[in-house]
Write a protein that binds this ligand. Structure first.
Ligand code: RP5
Ligand code: MG
Ligand code: MG
Length: 269
């Protein structure tokens, strides 16, 4: 696994907490780093939230690391992760901060990401792949319209639900509109292809909590279907648009790698 960068940027998101600087060479846990003194930070905003774990050490909290724990998946796509004093350890390595930060779960926090694509025809010979991106409210960056897997939810269902919430504002749609959507797009969204499952270099990651995702590609080869999608930002998205897949793409977390994997799939013969 390659090392992470975005979760080593100096200031932890939505806080003034600074990460302990970790040079590239000291990211792996296998490399000794005697002077490593990360700050511990768990945001008060996750305190007592129904989607968040309790503190480790709380006698009622008995997490099953590396296992499916009730309806919460605490397994990692990266393989078995280590624990230290009953705290899960980030499988990629040091981030400069311990605790959970703003993430609800200790260990892996599972998400799903939909990559909805079509071709933009430039002329008879050339086309550019486009995908639907949302602008995140928290960082202002463009990103895949993904979100967290609800307890017990199927990951593929999360991808479609989050797409509707963030890119189509389904929270504010009428029942009629939702029925119409279902009729038109059920088939299209049932034909997703899994593109990636694994670690996400998310700026919220810590030494003890990190993001993982499964990304699905929903591709419209002729462009005849997705043109009818009524894009409207919703929930924690403040913008939505079709974006050309180009080399200078700048996206949230490691979403560029996911989009590039989709591009590779559609251009490799
Ligand atoms: C990323 O955070 C995932 O790839 C997914 O896009 C997203 C999930 O978190 P929220 O959008 O719910 O904040 O790591
Ligand atoms: Mg969401
Ligand atoms: Mg989201």
């Amino acid at each position: 696994m390659s090392i992470h960068y975005k979760c080593r940027s100096l200031v932890y998101p939505r806080s003034n907490v600074e990460r302990f600087p970790v040079p590239d060479s000291k990211v792996p846990w296998s490399v000794e780093f005697k002077d490593y003194k990360p700050y511990t930070y768990t945001s008060p905003t996750i305190d007592g939230k129904p989607w968040a774990d309790s503190e480790i050490g709380n006698p009622v909290f008995k997490p099953k690391w590396n296992d499916v724990d009730g309806n919460v998946n605490r397994k990692s796509y990266t393989g078995l992760y280590q624990t230290k004093d009953n705290y899960p350890l980030n499988p990629v390595g040091r981030t400069g901060i311990t605790g959970r930060g703003v993430l609800g779960r200790w260990g892996p926090n599972h998400a799903a990401d939909p990559v909805v694509t079509r071709w933009k025809r430039l002329n008879n010979k050339e086309s550019i792949l486009q995908f639907i991106a949302i602008k995140r409210r928290d960082t202002g960056e463009w990103a895949l319209p993904g979100g967290m897997v609800d307890p017990g939810e199927k990951v593929a269902a999360t991808a479609i639900r989050e797409f509707q919430e963030e890119a189509m504002n389904s929270f504010e749609a009428t029942e009629d509109e939702k029925d119409q959507w279902k009729e038109k797009f059920e088939q299209f969204f049932s034909g997703g292809t899994e593109i990636y499952s694994g670690y996400v270099d998310d700026p919220r990651n810590t030494d003890n909590a990190w993001m993982e995702t499964v990304a699905y590609n929903f591709h419209d080869e002729t462009g005849s279907q997705v043109g009818a999608l009524k894009l409207q930002a919703g929930d924690d998205a403040v913008g939505v648009r079709w974006v050309d897949v180009t080399n200078d793409l700048n996206l949230y977390a490691s979403h560029k790698d996911i989009v590039n994997a989709v591009l590779k799939k559609h251009t490799e013969k």
